[in-house]
Design a protein around this ligand. Sequence first.
Ligand SMILES: NC(=O)c1ccc[n+]([C@@H]2O[C@H](COP(=O)([O-])OP(=O)(O)OC[C@H]3O[C@@H](n4cnc5c(N)ncnc54)[C@H](OP(=O)(O)O)[C@@H]3O)[C@@H](O)[C@H]2O)c1
Length: 301
Amino acid sequence: MTTTKMMFDHFGSPDVVTAGEEEQPPPGEGEVQVGVRALAVNQMDWKVVAGYLEPYFPLQLPAVPGCEAAGTVTAVGPGVTAFDKGDEVIWNGMVGGYRAVANLPTAQLTPKPAGIDFEQAACLAIAGGAAYSALVQLGVGVGDTVLIHGAAGGVGTAAVQIARDLGIRVIGTASEQNHDYLRGLGAEPVAYGEGLVERVRSLGSITAVLDTNGGEATTAATVELLGGHGTAVTTVSGKESNAAGIAPVRLLDGRVADAARLAADGKLRFNIQERLPLTEAARALGLSRGGHVRGKLVLIP
Ligand SMILES: NC(=O)c1ccc[n+]([C@@H]2O[C@H](COP(=O)([O-])OP(=O)(O)OC[C@H]3O[C@@H](n4cnc5c(N)ncnc54)[C@H](OP(=O)(O)O)[C@@H]3O)[C@@H](O)[C@H]2O)c1
């Protein structure tokens, strides 16, 4: 059977990603074949397409972007015992996700709880998993106040809800247009940009920071607000965060299952800003690159 994949044969802006067709072979040793029902778009996807990750993860071109998806197992490869035909699964990887049918290693799969739809499940793999890992790494709990830079994005949306479920007070940065959205998630919103430190201070002291934005100004605000006390982690490490001693988020084993459990309990839900057909992946990547997505973008094969 011929199915659709979205691919690029040279690095560049999102519009280098175009539709192609492929015939998937039967799944190999340790793999299952998955009929993908929904894919979530991540900032990493356009960075991969732009070639920014080449120094760390060299790719063989042509390549298929995409690092998180959810779907149903349609065939099982040799040696696979943990999954069966008909199982609903969540996948998190690095690349290769933007396709209608995918052969995926079982080590990258998490069972999808029955109570979550495929769109929500796809969002859990990276944004949910990273947010969950970050809060564990921060070691925060009741009595803490966490500042989340970029609280309206994919990771931020998940982190606010997980933190609130843990009884943590959350102050979240976003543009004005997302402040009601953040209030709805349970965070106290503040605008980023000039005067951020004073605006946060006017709400009280913070004990930890999750930075999903990165960059010089955000890092400087983190350092000033913590004043040598409390912990900070970032999903966007770079020279500024390294110099400031802000630890990169380490993705924990079991994080996707933990995030999925919260979603199944109704405590974690993603705003889907837009759902697009898989063949419009280039447009989705452009939106993601713009840096102002509220929640997540989803592609439907
Ligand atoms: N290391 C990892 O494992 C890992 C995992 C997931 C993601 N990441 C990285 O983490 C970053 C965030 O990912 P994401 O999926 O949450 O991105 P996203 O969904 O694209 O986040 C966009 C959000 O950033 C906000 N924003 C834009 N400029 C801002 C600023 N100056 N200060 C504060 N917020 C600002 C926007 O809010 P407004 O529209 O209100 O401006 C928007 O809601 C990306 O760089 C991604 O690659 C890393």
